[in-house]
Structures are given as structure tokens and as C-alpha cells.
Design a protein around this ligand. Structure first.
Ligand SMILES: NCc1[nH]cc(CCC(=O)O)c1CC(=O)O
Length: 293
């Protein structure tokens, strides 16, 4: 029996159920174990209560205590610092990593008027949206995906910006009024990807997880997360990153785009590197972003 720990939110439950179903299809017995985290019980702004890492620590404690065997994380909420005794046993196929706009009356970003009220609590989204120069009025919001969409439906906001992956997993893609091009808004490092964490000496679970692994996604998110780590930025920092495996002249290579919000503007760069050394690429792009003046 594999005990899979999950937060109770609709999104976390959808992600956990998806992983559980895939393990069951491979012949494993899986039990879902609900875990409550500080991020779920405390409504204060994330920056005040320790960033999105607050969603993670209770799950990690349960893993280390042997109460659960695997934890399914949204990779963009997982701190880049490794946790002793734990490892990412599998990084499965990724959902569409892009951000989306959910606006009233089917509007797109370019159709929103100056002064339109757009909800997002993410410094990354704020920095990149402001850099577009559309004169949008950005306002911090928190709450689950349903709550955020309701702010538009109720007329409190003209629009909200969300991760497309979350809407896809909740079956709410019909709410999307525009998918934002990464040329304008780069997603958070790891967005749309799941990280399945387990104890690093749990050979039975590691073997069970192996078939869920997508090596190209692991390479991409490793580069994105290394860029974030080198920038010494937390999950609430104004950092966007998106890597993809592309076909280069000598075979597949990794292409990484990065954005760093700074001094009211956004620095953007991209670089290519070998697929087998994603960390070097992430580190290089981070350093180039820091040197750019
Ligand atoms: N920070 C909350 C969070 N964590 C993961 C997702 C969406 C799913 C994903 O990116 O994997 C979301 C919601 C959002 O940003 O809209």
C-alpha cells in the first residue's frame, strides 16, 4: 500500500487523484491521506507567512515521519532548497505552463481599458504586466482558483491572472479569455509541472514512481528552478522562467527563457544549453540576468 499525502484543496486533490490513478493503473494499491498545511488555514498574504513553502512543510514532515510515502507538489510551490532525506522520485508530463487571463465579457489583455482592475498577488505577474504599459490597476488577491474566478463573475474585478494548468486540472478551461504568450508573461519556474516527493531510501516507492517520469520535463524544470535558486529568489519573487527541449543543429537541446523584475522594469534573456546539464544553463542565465544593466 502506497500512502499518498495531499492537501485538501480542490487543486491539490485533483493532482493527487491523477497520480494515484496512474499508480493504480500500474498495479499499485494507493491510499490518499489528507494533510492540513499553514497555507490552507492562514489567510494572510503569502509573503507574510513564509511564501508558498508553507504549503509544503507539513507534507514533508509527514514524509519524514513515515506517515505517508509520497507527496504530490505543484513544482512551482516547492522551494528550490533540497530537503535532507527526501527526493523527487518522479516529475511527470507537464500541463501547459502558461498563465491565462480570466476577464469579464470575454476580454483579452489588449481589450482591457486603462485603469481596469486586475487581480493577482504574484510579484512575478505584477512586474511583467506593468512592463506591458497598459495602465492596468493591479491588486493583490489570495484564495483558491474558484474564489479568484468568482471575483470576476461577481464584478469585483475586471480580470484575474491564473496558471492555465490549475484551470485544466479543475476542468475550468472554459473560463479562460486569453492565454498569455510567454513573450509577454513568462510563467513561474516549474509552473504546470508536478513533483512527486518520497524518502530517498525508499527503493520500493522509487521503483513504483519510475514509469511516471518524463526526462524532458525534468530537464526543463531543473533549469528553471536552478535559475531561480541562483537568483536567490523565493517562490514569491518576480522571476519568470520557461525551458523547453528543442531540436538544435546537433540534436535536442534545452532552451531557457528568463525574466527578472527589478527597479520597476523587467529584464529578459534567453540561452541554449545541452539537455544533460540543465543546472549549468539555469545558473548561466541567472548570472547574465544579474549582470545585465
Ligand atoms: N500558487 C498557487 C498555485 N500553485 C499551483 C497552481 C497552478 C498549477 C500549477 O502551476 O502547477 C497555482 C494557482 C495559480 O497560480 O493560478
Amino acid at each position: 500500500m502506497i500512502r499518498l499525502g495531499t492537501r485538501r484543496s480542490a487543486l491539490a486533490t485533483a493532482q493527487a487523484t491523477d497520480v494515484a490513478d496512474r499508480l493504480r493503473a500500474l498495479g499499485h494499491d494507493v491510499e490518499l491521506v489528507p494533510i492540513v498545511t499553514t497555507g490552507d488555514t492562514n489567510r494572510a498574504p503569502l509573503e507574510q507567512i513564509g511564501g508558498t513553502g508553507v504549503f509544503v512543510s507539513a507534507l514533508r514532515d509527514a514524509l519524514l515521519a513515515g506517515e505517508i510515502d509520497i507527496a504530490v507538489h505543484s513544482l512551482k510551490d516547492l522551494p528550490t532548497t533540497p530537503e535532507a532525506g527526501l527526493t523527487l522520485g518522479a516529475i511527470p508530463q507537464r500541463e501547459d505552463p502558461r498563465d491565462v487571463l480570466v476577464a469579464r465579457d470575454g476580454l483579452s489583455l489588449g481589450e482591457l481599458q486603462t485603469g481596469a482592475l486586475v487581480g493577482t498577488g504574484s510579484p512575478r505577474r505584477v512586474a511583467q504586466l506593468e512592463a506591458l504599459g497598459l495602465g492596468l490597476e493591479l491588486t493583490g488577491i489570495r484564495g483558491n482558483v474558484d474564489t479568484r474566478i468568482a471575483m470576476v463573475t461577481d464584478g469585483k474585478l475586471d480580470a484575474v491572472v491564473l496558471a492555465r494548468a490549475g484551470l485544466a486540472r479543475l476542468g475550468r478551461l472554459s473560463e479562460v479569455t486569453e492565454t498569455l504568450d510567454p513573450i509577454q508573461v513568462l510563467p513561474a519556474p516549474g509552473q504546470g509541472a508536478l513533483g512527486i516527493e518520497c524518502r530517498d531510501d525508499d527503493d520500493v516507492v522509487l521503483k513504483a514512481l519510475a514509469p511516471l517520469e518524463d526526462p524532458a520535463v525534468r530537464a526543463a524544470v531543473t533549469a528553471e528552478r536552478q535559475m531561480l535558486a541562483t537568483l536567490e529568489a523565493g517562490c514569491t519573487a518576480p522571476v519568470g522562467a520557461l525551458a523547453e527541449v528543442v531540436e538544435g543543429e546537433d540534436g535536442p537541446e534545452l532552451w531557457l527563457r528568463g525574466a527578472l523584475g527589478q527597479d520597476g522594469g523587467v529584464r529578459r534573456l534567453s540561452a541554449n544549453g545541452p539537455v544533460d546539464d540543465p543546472r549549468a544553463l539555469g545558473r548561466r542565465l541567472a548570472n547574465e540576468l544579474l549582470e545585465q544593466t
